[in-house]
Design a protein. Structure first.
Length: 247
């Protein structure tokens, strides 16, 4: 059974850092398991944080613009071709972690055959891994336009500000109909301990379901490219037991 975790939120909230932290935690807890990092964010920051400039995407398959690394095998059905092409764009991070980029996705209302073929191929790919972590756009809608699956836990990343708390509330409202009754909650990132009382006021005002709090890590400002933080990992471990994930 594949465990599926989605990280959503406004750009700049720290989604990519949190995705990488969960990857490290899963590798530490379950070193024998496989992980797929699924970059569903149009900025492609997740790939960049590994020093990768991934140009081959699911959109490239859909649009027919993908340049394949190998020759295209003959006598395949359309479904077999899509699944083969999906394998061609997976990029290994290490022995147990792979990454794939979606980039633009088609509208869910599109009735063209390629939409269902890609949905089926993506779902089949996801189910091959033990863990899949989605680095999402603003909310879950963009992900569900690509693949129609249930996500075990969805984390909305927000910062400790009035604007961010208000936005997190909106994201939760937008995403709730796509979460299929599974866990959907907010993690407050980049928290300054001197402003905890202000944070408490925000939480009461917007009635947010808070799964956890992550302290501000100034080292991320000094080295923002890799998005790696032991402080973030340690904070996630503190509230990990609250998540709908293997314990």
């Amino acid at each position: 059974m594949t465990v599926k975790l989605a990280i959503t939120g406004k750009g700049g909230s720290g989604k990519t850092t949190i995705v990488k932290a969960f990857m490290e935690i899963f590798q530490e807890m379950y070193p024998e398991k496989t992980i797929l990092l699924f970059d569903n964010d149009l900025t492609s920051e997740l790939a960049h944080s590994f020093g990768l400039d991934i140009r081959n995407t699911i959109y490239g398959i859909r649009s027919g613009k993908h340049e394949y690394k190998t020759g295209i095998p003959k006598d395949m059905s359309k479904q077999e071709f899509i699944e083969w092409a999906m394998e061609d764009i997976i990029v290994p991070i290490n022995d147990s972690v792979d990454i794939i980029e979606s980039w633009f996705v088609g509208s869910k209302d599109c009735r063209c055959p390629i939409t269902k073929l890609i949905n089926d191929a993506v779902e089949k790919l996801i189910n091959r891994y033990d863990f899949v972590i989605f680095d999402c756009e603003f909310d879950l809608k963009y992900l569900t336009q690509l693949v129609d699956i249930e996500v075990d836990s969805t984390i909305i990343v927000a910062n400790p500000s009035e604007e961010s708390a208000h936005l997190a509330k909106r994201i939760k409202e937008f995403s709730s109909k796509y979460s299929a009754g599974n866990q959907l909650g907010v993690v407050i990132n980049k928290v300054d301990n001197s402003k905890l009382s202000y944070l408490s006021e925000l939480l009461r005002k917007y009635d947010l379901d808070i799964l956890g709090v992550i302290p501000y890590d100034e080292k991320l400002e000094q080295n923002p490219i890799t998005r790696e933080s032991q402080i973030v990992q340690n904070a996630i471990k503190e509230f990990y037991s609250r998540l709908n994930l293997p314990q």
